[in-house]
Design a protein around this ligand. Structure first.
Ligand SMILES: [Zn+2]
Ligand SMILES: [Zn+2]
Length: 289
């Protein structure tokens, strides 16, 4: 094969190629206002994260990278590597507490975002897309510096792995992260979100179109009211949409909130009274008692 015409990256280079590419999409999205660039920024950073997890497994022991190592067979390029979830479980054997400390809900949101966008449909609210991205971007840096076997500091990390023309955006993202994010119930969340979720707890009732007040359904109790099957641990992490915690109310327009009357998705079931804006609707339909 002609070497000149071959694209070749090792696992780590491939991870950072995706990360750099994701940053390019962030810059493009900000510059052109083209919303679909956010989709590619988020998919690419999620792939970068998955590859970094695998690189860490590989550096511990190359066999950890492969899915089925119980029965001997020669390892080739076609051998199936571990899934995102298995990679996380195996990394926990290496250093569970450090991983937990870096993760704080972010691995699950990377996985969800990627699965949704690749296997389902896409619905991205743009300010939130930037928040999600900044949060995942910070995860990559923390993971690389604290969990890889490289002993490299931030400066070296930048020099070695982030293309120079992207450094400025890297700086902006890091400053944004430090300023805007906080830890809530052990998970990293946007500060505004924390306040919003706390406020939502003051409104245990919702007034529907029929004029009747109903008790709102709490996060983690959805399965008690609907015929759908929820994974057993679905409320272990903060709600993927509004970031409320188990036992608390969702933000009122969260896509996970179940309508207490018809027991389907509250934002789409048609039971909420209609208003000109979401803010107006929220104000009118929530009640403290
Ligand atoms: Zn929610
Ligand atoms: Zn309804």
């Amino acid at each position: 094969m002609d070497v000149q015409n071959t694209l070749k990256f090792n696992l780590l280079q491939n991870a950072f190629d995706y990360l750099n590419c994701s940053l390019e999409f962030v810059i493009k999205a900000k510059k052109t206002g083209e919303n679909r660039s956010w989709k590619f920024a988020l998919i690419n950073i999620s792939v970068a994260i998955e590859l970094l997890l695998k690189e860490r497994l590989r550096s511990e022991n190359a066999l950890l990278l492969y899915n089925d190592i119980n029965t001997f067979k020669p390892i080739t390029r076609d051998s199936k590597t571990v899934s995102f979830s298995t990679a996380i479980e195996r990394l926990r054997f290496i250093d569970d507490s450090t991983l937990k400390n870096i993760d704080r809900g972010r691995l699950s949101s990377a996985q969800k975002l990627r699965n949704q966008m690749i296997h389902y449909d896409v619905e991205l609210k743009i300010p939130e897309a930037y928040q999600e991205y900044a949060n995942l971007f910070n995860f990559v840096e923390e993971f690389f510096i604290c969990f890889m076997k490289t002993n490299c500091d931030v400066e070296e990390y930048l020099q070695q792995h982030i293309n120079k023309e992207l450094w400025e955006e890297e700086k902006i993202l890091n400053e944004y992260f430090l300023e805007e994010f906080t830890c809530f119930e052990g998970e990293i969340t946007h500060k505004e979100n924390k306040v919003g979720v706390e406020e939502a707890q003051e409104y245990p009732k919702v007034i529907l179109k029929d004029g009747t007040k109903y008790d709102r359904i709490r996060y983690g109790d959805e399965y008690l009211h609907t015929p759908y099957t929820y994974p057993q641990d679905y409320a272990t992490h903060l709600c993927h949409d509004c970031l409320t915690k188990k036992g608390w109310f969702h933000l009122v327009r969260c896509d996970m909130e179940v309508c207490p009357k018809c027991k389907t998705q509250l934002i789409s079931c048609g039971c909420l009274p209609e208003y000109n804006s979401c803010e107006e609707q929220e104000k009118a339909c929530l009640s403290k008692d």
